[in-house]
Design a protein around this ligand. Structure first.
Ligand SMILES: [Fe+2]
Length: 146
């Protein structure tokens, strides 16, 4: 899963802190691991990195799945940039059959707003283990440079 963090003019934001978290393949969050013996010990459950000078980030993770109460599989994002409040959002899977039955997904608003956080998971050509790729650019509503 990769993308860029951009400002309102489309310029890259470097050194933004990008955090993600999501459930494991048993639909369990890292925060629940103490009460759930079936949390996958091989799954980190979160990631954090700093964007490169071109605003790029890249994580290796698993394709998200639904969990009780959330029918739209998603990955949580929090973007931190100096001088601004953290921005949180969620990434959704394009074409997932139960997206529209998820209250939070429906609450995003119109189809265009939903589209802006819904991405295609496509097979990576030549991957010997069937990996998929997803591209998610995040545009923050301000300009990085004067
Ligand atoms: Fe969630």
């Amino acid at each position: 899963m990769a993308g860029r963090v951009l400002d309102a003019r489309g310029d890259p934001i470097k050194n933004a802190i990008v955090e993600i978290w999501q459930v494991d393949h048993n639909a369990i969050y890292l925060a629940e691991r103490d009460s759930r013996s079936d949390f996958d010990p091989n799954f980190q459950g979160f990631g954090r990195l700093e964007t490169a000078s071109n605003g790029e980030y890249r994580f290796r993770t698993i394709k998200p799945i639904p969990y009780p109460g959330r029918l739209a599989p998603h990955i949580h994002f929090k973007i931190r940039t100096p001088g601004h409040e953290p921005w949180t959002t969620q990434l959704y899977i394009k074409g997932y059959p139960t997206n529209q039955r998820d209250g939070i997904y429906r609450g995003i608003g119109d189809a265009k707003a939903q589209e802006s956080v819904t991405v295609d998971f496509a097979p990576i050509k030549g991957s010997p283990i069937g990996e998929m790729g997803a591209k998610f650019d995040i545009v923050l509503g301000w300009t990085a440079k004067g």
